[in-house]
Design a protein around this ligand. Sequence first.
Ligand code: HGY
Ligand code: MN
Ligand code: MN
Length: 412
Amino acid sequence: MTLAIDSARLSSEIEALASISDAEPPAVTRIVFTPTDLKARAWLIERCKEAGLSVRQDAIGNTFARWNGSEPAAPAVGTGSHIDAIPNAGKYDGVVGVLGGLEAIRALQRDGFRPRNSVELLLLTSEEPTRFGIGCIGSRLLSGTLSPESARKLKDSEEKSMDEVRRAAGLAGELEEVQLPRGYYKAWVELHIEQGPMLEREKVPLGIVTKIAAPASSRISIEGAGGHAGGVLMPDRRDALCAASELILAVEDAARTSGSIDTVATVGICDVFPGAVNSIPSRVRLSLDVRDTDLARRDAAMQAVDHASQEISRKRNVSIRSELLNADAPADCAAVVVEALSRACEKHQLSSRRMISRAYHDSLFISRIAPVAMLFIPCRNGYSHRPDEYASPEDIARGTLVLAETLASLSA
Ligand code: HGY
Ligand code: MN
Ligand code: MN
């Protein structure tokens, strides 16, 4: 027999999961631990059970669907990703790695493959930072990169704590039990859409990720003085939004002048208070997201933003406070997994290219406890985190086939 992916079934499952959403199609919104997320998780667990996988959830909701190998005590080979989606997102980010991983396992089962090392499909909790401010909470706890104490301090916009929310979602156990020992996984592979334009532009069907960029993020609060839009003359103003505008351009400048195309910086949230037409903004909250494949350059960009903040604060007589949320190191992918992916592409006469991931992923944190690599498939125009995010059934099937081949070679 030859390894074959059931592309029609995989596409219909992607559509079925996309329909479990809090947004009007084609957009997908699925915020972690909302009723919609719980419904999607339950749906996925049913699909895993249908495939004969044994399913368990840890205290943060990381969901493990295990295909037991002939040596169950041997380190497992892991694959998976996330199904939570930021507001007004697409249907492929994360999902391709979870449902593609499930179909890769089913294809190996159909092909009569019997793994020696167990193969474990993971749904990782809260890869997106939307609800709790930082991303990859499940994989951070799994890898010991986030302590249970720090996780307990995380609160959502309604001031609900992580413990409160996860227990309301029906999750038992303590966060101390989540961390996995080094050596739990022999190897880890994550299939994901590229979330950039390179593969499509170069007409290369597969990207083998050798490095994952280092993300940092912070919350910035700017306090000026409010007042009547008509009664306060310009020299007497301390307009928080004008200060924020200068700072936002300084963020852009810090990335553009870093000396490398690999530095990126984004202000994605700008909340203005009081937000009235005829009232001078007294307070602005900004989010800051800075990334680079090089740690020192990323940190230099963060420092440039801090210097700009001090300068603007002095010049405009406003207070600017910055709260660092995360500043993670980049990850080098493991040669053993990169080579396994490369051989799998060659075996199926599929061309591929080595590349870096500018988005962060759960693999960034799992790399702290296991050898990891990622496999990218193209997405149209490189679009992601928007409703018109799109990956073709052919590209998804190709990625799933190479993933299946790689899982087989690593678990044989
Ligand atoms: O922001 C990221 O890189 C990921 O998509 N959460
Ligand atoms: Mn994402
Ligand atoms: Mn993702």
